[in-house]
Ligand binder design. Structure first.
Ligand code: GTP
Ligand code: GTP
Length: 439
């Protein structure tokens, strides 16, 4: 299930990373008094009451001139409008309103995006209340005063944010599998999409709707419909390197968030890299189906061993996703591209496969008979039964006598047995262990 995305925008130094850290609850990004430090973490999961969302810090480089700052802020706002469900527009109550705030407010108003206007650095609500009123002038609604450092006003702000989240209804109606094409710049994402869409057996239709849908493409292949989410085209002109990186990570997160299955494109002429692993990690964390698309296969010198060698390298670097499907293609020649649809279909099926409890417990009984569950200090793990509670990804609950006795390695053993029996290629599996009183 896609989580809503909340993006923080605002001028340099208004306190975006301070607020981000405070909401996430850990000091996962680095705040310095120097404006514009590049941070480690720029997105994170936040839970408020019973709502979960992905929070993004669109961050900032301190540009040397005012003109550059305006340009930068415009891009930042564009990015937030494109990716987020709710934009958190952060301003600085100590500095007061500035021209750049008006410009961003104009863009947000025109986009019809849901916006929460937040005035930060109101460390003393009584003394500074007048400072807050002037922000009504932006014409984008009521300003929410907060102090990120003092942790004041944040509850009211969060209430307003979650109040603006879209209803899930819309999403449930759309049964079409959503496929995100992700990967480093220049690996051939656009080429793959264009070639796939150019196949004469593929029917492409436009998706009308929000700004975000503009990057989506509906496709019909052999009577089945899919929605492709494209993250290509990240290299806008004159971007500073750190910005490109931040944008591409945030866009990847946003695409993966909305997808069922992720196609991670890697460049065969470069081989698998740490950056590819980072991107793969985003999909894995979110439980998406996974296909590794090794592109530019035409451009490497091959022998009988090449596929095996590449596969081994990929498995090694991406050891956390042994379940991923791997396909070797060339967007240039079109080689094996149609096979991508076959693989996609398999992964989609597996990602939402349900196993009946009876069958599952037959496998469990067999697995337990073959390898005794672990024990500790004379007490042995007992597994009562197992049931699948959800799909996308397939999620199982294992009922045991004691959670402490359930080792990670035994869960993995059970996972392997389930995979042996049912395949589940291309999809992660999730396991929860629950305790039940011994009879
Ligand atoms: N008084 C006060 N200062 C704050 C508050 N929140 C942040 N600051 C300070 O404002 C400065 C900028 O904070 P950051 O979180 O780095 O701001 P930013 O918007 O992420 O800045 P960029 O990295 O330039 O985009 C720091 O010195 C913070 O300590 C607040 O609620 N009250
Ligand atoms: N030899 C060869 N070159 C390819 C193939 N696919 C793409 N290329 C080339 O790789 C370059 C990058 O391709 P794009 O499709 O623009 O890559 P992208 O991943 O969409 O790039 P960004 O927009 O930067 O994210 C172009 O010069 C393509 O011609 C392929 O299968 N074989």
């Amino acid at each position: 299930m896609a989580k809503p995305i909340v993006a923080i925008v605002g001028r340099p130094n208004v306190g975006k990373s301070t607020l981000f850290n405070m909401m996430v609850g850990e000091r996962i990004s680095i705040v310095k008094d120097t404006p514009g430090v590049t941070r480690d973490r720029i997105y994170a999961d936040v839970t408020w009451l019973n709502h979960s969302f992905t929070l993004m810090d669109t961050g900032g480089i301190e540009p040397e001139t005012n003109d550059l700052m305006l340009k930068h802020m415009r891009e930042q706002a564009e990015m937030a409008i494109e990716m987020a469900d709710v934009v958190l527009f952060l301003t600085d109550g100590k500095t007061g309103l500035v021209d750049a705030d008006y410009q961003v407010a104009d863009m947000l108003r025109k986009s019809h995006k849901k916006v929460v206007l937040v005035v930060n650095k109101i460390d003393n609500f009584e003394k500074q209340s007048m400072d807050v009123y002037e922000f009504y002038n932006l014409g984008i609604g009521e300003p929410f005063p907060i102090s990120s450092i003092g942790k004041i006003g944040v509850g009211e702000m969060l209430d307003e944010i979650v109040h603006l989240f879209p209803e899930d209804l819309e999403e449930e109606e759309d049964e079409r599998p959503r496929v995100a094409i992700v990967g480093k710049p220049n690996v051939g994402k656009s080429s793959i999409i264009n070639k796939l869409l150019g196949e004469n057996r593929v029917i492409v239709s436009d998706i009308a709707g929000t700004t975000r849908d503009a990057v989506d493409t509906a496709v019909t292949w052999e009577g089945k419909e899919y929605v492709f989410i494209d993250t290509a085209g990240l290299r806008r002109k004159n971007k500073i390197k750190e910005e490109i990186e931040r944008y591409s990570i945030l866009r990847t997160v946003s695409a993966v968030e909305r997808a069922d299955v992720v196609m991670l494109v890697i460049d065969a002429t470069e081989g698998i890299t740490e950056q590819d692993a980072k991107i793969a990690g985003i999909a894995h964390d979110r439980g998406r189906g996974m296909i590794i698309v090794v592109n530019k296969w035409d451009a490497v010198e091959k022998d009988n061993n090449s596929v095996k060698k590449y596969t081994n390298d990929i498995r090694k670097v991406l050891s956390f996703l042994p379940y991923a499907e791997i396909v070797f293609v060339s967007a240039k020649t079109g080689q094996r591209l149609p096979k991508l649809f076959d693989t996609l279909e398999v992964v989609i099926q597996n990602h939402s496969l349900r196993i009946a409890t009876g069958v599952l417990n037959d496998i469990l009984a067999e697995a337990v008979a073959m390898q005794q569950p672990p024990s500790d200090k004379g007490r042995r793990l007992k597994i009562y039964y197992m049931t699948q509670v959800s799909v996308k990804p397939p999620t199982f609950v294992i009922f045991v006598n004691s959670k402490k006795l359930m080792h990670f390695s035994y869960t993995r053993y059970l996972e392997n047995k389930i995979r042996e029996a049912f395949g589940f290629s291309g999809t992660p599996l999730k396991f929860f262990v629950r305790e039940r009183k011994e009879n």
